[in-house]
Write a protein that binds this ligand. Structure first.
Ligand code: KG4
Ligand code: ZN
Length: 341
């Protein structure tokens, strides 16, 4: 099906637009918002204002880069949630107006499902996509889930965090260490120079396939508070070792439950998705587990790990095929639980 789908992502602090022809990627433009750096985290009001400034130039760029005109677009897909409401509203409003003015279908996309479906984007030198059913460890700044994916539209969460998300743990611990936001990539880089066994942090004791990261954050906070009393330069002197030990602990926590999920379900098709799947240590741990446990593993390309509109257009394409269109009355949702069908 040679249909052109325009995707829009505006759930947090990246404004992104992408054009796909079927599942083939033609463009994927992302405007990051540097305005939040000074605050050590995303400021919702500033995010929606920046989305308003960015959205038209970003979409214009995506359409031009794809070498199509706006009249060639067959459908527009947008992130409906979860995310920051003010940010989601910018993308949702634009998508509605575009669908109305061009007289094309409007398609709502769940951000987390889109992270998973990013595995099906065809970008020339593509590796193989996972076979159904597969397990996907979705790890981002706001979510940590193990999802059993039975089809493009049938996804079941079989485990999730009961408090902080894995990305949040990276970011909050980085903040405690005085590192810039977002902390995940900074810790990843520092960890490469450090010794992961230099410090030991406790593993949570959580039932089933669920996760918890708030205990790790607290134990790092108390550990550093005590060490700083003895040596005010403790963090500076041990930055790389601390980053390495923290990263190793987060990865151990993630892998323990993922291995359990694979064992319990008997599924050995294993994918990772979301911003934290960019982490080099996690990517290595997945590769090692593939060897050890005979898994077929699927690691997304870097450009499809963090927030992007290509994954939204990809999810939109599957809904387009099923003629699952949204009405003009649709409203965004901030949390998965508040989603109205
Ligand atoms: O998926 P994403 O772009 O946005 C959400 O939907 O939340 O994920 C952002 C998260 C942030 O917490 C960021 O620190 C983390 O992904 N992240 C990383 C890395 N790159 C991004 N965490 C660890 N290592 C990385 N290389
Ligand atoms: Zn995301």
């Amino acid at each position: 099906m040679n249909k052109y789908i325009l995707g829009i992502e505006s759930s947090c602090d990246d404004t992104s637009a992408s054009v796909l022809r079927g599942n083939v990627i033609l463009s994927n433009i992302i405007a990051n918002q540097s305005v939040h750096e000074a605050y050590g985290g995303v400021v919702p009001e500033l995010a929606s204002r920046a989305h308003q400034q960015n959205i038209i130039p970003v979409i214009d760029h995506a359409i031009r880069k794809a070498n199509v005109s706006k009249n060639d677009i067959h459908a527009i897909a947008f992130t409906r949630g979860p995310g920051l409401l003010g940010s989601l509203l910018v993308g949702t409003s634009f998508a509605k107006s575009f669908a109305l003015s061009q007289n094309i279908p409007l398609i709502e996309v769940d951000h987390l499902e889109a992270h998973i479906l990013a595995h099906f984007i065809d970008d020339a030198n593509n590796s193989k996509a996972p076979d159904f059913p597969f397990l996907c460890l979705t790890v981002s700044g706001g979510h940590t889930q193990i999802v059993k994916v039975s089809s493009y539209t049938d996804m079941q969460i079989i485990g999730q965090t009961i408090d902080d998300a894995a990305g949040e743990a990276f970011d909050k611990i980085a903040k405690i260490m005085g590192l810039p936001y977002p902390g995940g990539p900074v810790i990843d880089k520092l960890a490469k120079e450090g010794n992961p066994d230099a410090f030991q942090f406790p593993m949570p004791d959580i039932s089933d396939l669920n996760y918890s990261f708030s205990g790790l954050k607290t134990s790092v906070l108390y550990f550093l508070r005590d060490q700083l009393k003895k040596d005010k330069d403790f963090i500076e002197k041990n930055k790389a070792d601390l980053a390495s030990a923290v990263q190793q602990t987060i990865i151990k926590i993630l892998m323990k439950k993922l291995k359990l999920a694979a064992k319990q379900t008997g599924i050995n098709e294993i994918a990772i998705a979301g911003g934290v799947s960019a982490n080099s240590g996690l990517r290595q741990a997945i590769t090692d587990a593939a060897e050890e446990l005979n898994w077929n593993t699927y690691i997304p390309k870097f450009q499809y790990t963090t927030d992007n509109a290509a994954m939204i257009a990809m999810a939109g394409y599957f809904k387009y095929r099923d003629k699952k269109f949204a009405s003009q009355k649709i409203a965004p949702y901030s949390r998965s639980g508040s989603r109205k069908r």
